[in-house]
Design a protein around this ligand. Structure first.
Ligand SMILES: NC(=O)c1ccc[n+]([C@@H]2O[C@H](COP(=O)([O-])OP(=O)(O)OC[C@H]3O[C@@H](n4cnc5c(N)ncnc54)[C@H](OP(=O)(O)O)[C@@H]3O)[C@@H](O)[C@H]2O)c1
Length: 267
């Protein structure tokens, strides 16, 4: 873990997975709204390029911290690094995450355990570590990246869908616990979005990514940032997704699961 810049001065947003995709867009929206930003991901060169672009365009401080959140010790080390730099985190965005497509009996278990560490355990660890200071200061915003995948089981991507169900449930529960503390918690639930995600998960050829329309990461970030600052608990950017999730509530779960499988199949 290696900090690349000195301490920030303004309100600070820490964004995991900020080197590209939705996280980078969230970092830009945060910077555009006057936040200094702490950018976290595994690759220092990509982080430094992102930080340089943000500092040049928005005139805020951008601090790059390398962390591999699949390492169970990384959240504590990240928190220690932030404290050592005397940074107070006003906004925590747990965005880093990845998926993996395929029949559960054929997918790589090691990769799935890593996914649970990044998508679930690190989100839990970082939220606990950073929320404590926010509650003490009686102000803070936390946003966790869930997904439309959070609302139903996902055959052919079973572990990923389950990690996002956790993120949504966890976020809503602690949002209620933290009500009246000045700290809000938002679960951002995008549908398919144009980033490296689909390629990493080996699901680029699915109906979901080929047939159903893909949002831009910039639009998702703008929507999520506004919802987070308003303190909304659940942020669902797509009107079609909103309709789908409402109708799922009235549909037998077995049928919902079957439809979910069709969406995850190759076109
Ligand atoms: N794109 C979609 O369709 C979609 C839809 C719904 C929800 N989401 C969620 O949105 C979030 C962001 O996804 P994205 O689409 O922006 O994906 P992406 O383009 O693949 O970006 C992932 C980011 O996370 C970082 N990352 C990956 N593994 C990491 C690790 N072990 N430790 C630290 N950082 C790590 C990556 O940087 P390094 O590789 O340098 O570490 C990168 O900055 C994820 O939680 C994803 O589940 C995505």
């Amino acid at each position: 873990m290696s900090p690349s810049n000195s301490a920030a001065k303004g309100p600070v947003a820490l964004i995991t997975g900020a080197s590209r995709g939705i996280g980078f867009e969230l970092a830009k929206v945060s910077a555009g709204n006057g936040h200094d930003v702490v950018l976290v991901a595994r690759k220092l060169d990509a982080l430094e390029a992102a930080a340089g672009m943000i500092e040049g365009k928005f005139g805020v401080r951008a601090i790059a911290i390398v962390a591999d959140l699949s390492d169970p010790d990384a959240p504590q080390q990240l928190h220690d690094s932030v404290v050592a730099q005397q940074l107070e985190i006003d906004v925590l965005i747990n965005n880093a995450g990845f998926g993996l497509g395929g029949e559960f009996l054929e997918t790589d278990l090691e990769r799935e355990v890593e996914m649970i560490q990044v998508n679930v355990t690190a989100v839990t660890q970082l939220t606990k570590l950073f929320a404590a200071g926010m509650v003490k200061r009686r102000r803070g915003r936390i946003m966790n990246l869930a997904s439309t995948a959070a609302f139903q089981p996902g055959p052919l991507m079973a572990v990923y869908y389950a990690t996002k169900a956790y993120v949504l449930s966890f976020s809503e529960a602690i949002a209620e616990e933290l009500r009246a503390t000045g700290v809000t918690v938002t679960a951002l639930c995008p549908g398919a979005t144009a980033t490296d995600f689909a390629e990493t998960a080996q699901i680029s050829n699915t109906r979901l990514f080929q047939k159903l329309g893909v949002a831009s990461a910039d639009r998702i970030a703008q929507y999520g940032y506004k919802a987070m600052m308003r303190g909304e608990r659940e942020a669902l950017p797509g009107w079609r997704d909103k309709l789908m999730i409402q109708s799922e509530r009235l549909t037998p779960r077995r049928l919902v699961t079957k439809i979910s499988r069709m969406v995850q199949e190759n076109r």
